[in-house]
Design a protein around this ligand. Sequence first.
Ligand SMILES: [Mg+2]
Length: 380
Amino acid sequence: MSEPFSSTPPAPAGDSVVSAVHCRVFKIPTDQPEADGTLEWSATTIVLVEATCGDTTGIGWTYAGAGCRAVVENELAGVIIGADPMDVPGVNEGMVRACRNLGRPGLAGCAVSACDMALWDLKARLLELPLCSLLGRCRPCIPVYGSGGFTTYSDATTRSQLESWVDGLGISKVKIKIGESWGHCEARDLERMALARRVVGDEVELLVDANGGYSVKQAIRVGRRAAAEHGIVWFEEPVSSDNLAGLHEVRDQVSPDVAAGEYGYDEPYFARMIAAGAVDCLQVDATRCGGYTCWIRAAAIAAASGLQVSAHCAPALHAHVCGSVPNIRHIEYFHDHSRIEAMLFDGNLRPACGELVPDSSAPGNGYLLKENDAEPYRIA
Ligand SMILES: [Mg+2]
């Protein structure tokens, strides 16, 4: 039976509690039309949360819908305000419980995640510690893979993007989207894999993401050719990540690592995915799963089964937490998010020799919103 729970056990008074939570929403158009196997989009929405204690403010964010703001303001702020900023897991648990009747996956999970990361940043800034030191480091830097290669891109655009990662940033792993039009463009998928291999050469790891666009047998057929003809080593969401038996079957039949987990909003999701034998590497997204508090738990769940984790998107946010677990494989350096994080935040990290190095010279996550640059994109 669950114990009675208070998110604000004996709360200190005055300046040592969280005094305010603010939420703003920005919508950033993509630099050109983008699509993967099962979705197309022309803008990305970022929901920014600021948590304040005294004259110190921490920030966190999620990539979700503007509706997150209502969850933050109506359901979560009441849990956070008045809480001890040192007790982030306690506040996280309070937020999760407050969302019971909303349902945790989706907007509620994203809202909890942004608040959790703002609170970790606040705690680190209050203690005048870099976030990577507060979380503790297993390693000083984390490999990234370049991620984009949208199905809407021309060959020339795909080529220049791949070259910008490999030649420009020294990244040795790159990923393109396949499964175009729900798996209806199999020949073009294979042609684009061939193009990518020609551009990056034989030494660069080539990853593909079908975003659940294929059927099981189609994924097996494509996956075998992708490995044999183009040296693909990572096959992400070959079928829907809700089809755990299907993922397991594909994993049994192809040689590239099968990966999924980006839609995990709570710990049991990851445990079920691993128990089904669905993945070779578990993807975990701190902007969805419940922030750093739950990201670290998901990494531990994976470690218990001998699996590595890969951080899904939001590279600026993941750099700090990924160094804190021994079983990290890499961070997804996603085109949309790396672009937005560079546009909106001072202190944003840029890969060096294919790795991200969290800033250990600044308190907290080291990021500051560029207010003037962000304001034109604010929608709430
Ligand atoms: Mg993906």
